[in-house]
Write a protein that binds this ligand. Structure first.
Ligand SMILES: [Cu+2]
Length: 316
């Protein structure tokens, strides 16, 4: 047991498996100890005040109140420590997480597209290019709506539920959603972020331990939210290449692993953002009709268009 993580372990925090996670653990641990000290201190003071100013000892109220400056000094110290915590530790740590992304050539870039109630992953194939995605192309066999006319998407890999990543290599996951707001949360990696329809939100981490880790949805996203779980498998580089090869073969595409991407995380993609739901009345993509998207609308649209069942099918 790490002596610096007593409260974290008591509260059920799983062991950290990412390169930055120890910083988050330290700040959480320190904040919890600080709050524990405050709680015990203020509770003791409260009990002392109840006893010291009981009716038997002080029958008449003292309208002048406290004259000692101790409480003012105490309050000021607490404010000072909290300001140091926030400005000295929390904000710089947060800024580092959201501003200092690893360079694209070192990192593995994956798109995560959430839906009720699963996590889908989109990886570029051997060409290192993500195929264009559009909601009009979504079907049971094409859950992410990859444009069949875009050559960049021909070798793309799509998986649901389980994502493999290599150990000791930065991973950038760009989050989006097909339906409602979800949250991609990997407690062991100390990382999480909201997946919002129409947005691409990048998060990053570097896994430092091989193993299998739980991915959970951390936004109440509907009736099946409780079951919205996935798995992040951190492989050795060799195992990762084998997984990629297997997925690529399943996708009927080339077998070589994708080269590093050249676009930095969070940079706007050209064309419609993946996962974007166009507003009503927006022009359709040029090939949507040709590909039968109009002939077989999205399953949700089919449901919506279905005639309402009769309330009483056998009236008497
Ligand atoms: Cu969800």
């Amino acid at each position: 047991m790490n002596s610096l993580a007593l409260i974290n372990e008591f509260l059920g925090q799983p062991p950290n498996a990412s390169s930055h996670g120890y910083q988050i653990d330290h700040i959480l641990e320190f904040c919890h100890w600080f709050m524990a000290v405050l709680f015990v201190g203020w509770s003791a003071f409260f009990i002392y005040v109840l006893f010291r100013f009981r009716k038997g000892r002080q029958p008449a109220a003292d309208h002048a109140g406290v004259r000692s400056p101790i409480s003012t000094h105490l309050e000021f110290s607490v404010v000072l420590i909290e300001a140091v915590l926030l400005l000295g530790f929390a904000i710089p740590l947060w800024a580092k997480r959201v501003n200092e992304f690893p360079p694209g050539k070192d990192a593995l870039l994956v798109h995560m597209v959430a839906q009720q109630f699963s996590f889908n992953y989109h990886l570029p194939g051997a060409d290192g290019q993500f195929g264009r995605r559009d909601i009009y192309f979504v079907s049971n066999s094409n859950p992410l709506g990859i444009d069949p006319n875009d050559p960049a998407g021909e070798d793309d890999i799509v998986t649901t539920g389980e994502l493999h990543v290599p150990v000791d290599r930065p991973v950038i996951v760009e989050l989006s959603s097909k339906d409602v707001i979800h949250d991609f949360f990997v407690p062991d990696m100390r990382i999480g972020g909201d997946a919002i329809p129409g947005s691409l939100i990048p998060i990053w981490f570097t896994p430092v331990k091989t193993g299998s880790y739980e991915v959970v949805c951390a936004q109440l996203c509907g009736l099946g939210h409780y079951g919205m779980k996935g798995t992040l498998v951190v492989d050795t580089p060799q195992d990762y290449q084998s997984w990629l090869k297997e997925r690529a073969e399943l996708a009927g595409a080339q077998t070589s692993p994708p080269p590093p991407t050249t676009r930095s995380a969070g940079e706007p993609v050209t064309g419609a953002a993946p996962g974007t739901v166009p507003p009503p009345g927006a022009p359709k993509p040029p090939n949507a009709d040709a590909q039968g998207a109009a002939a077989s609308p999205h399953p949700a649209q089919q449901l919506h268009n279905a005639p309402a069942p009769s309330a009483s099918p056998n009236p008497r």
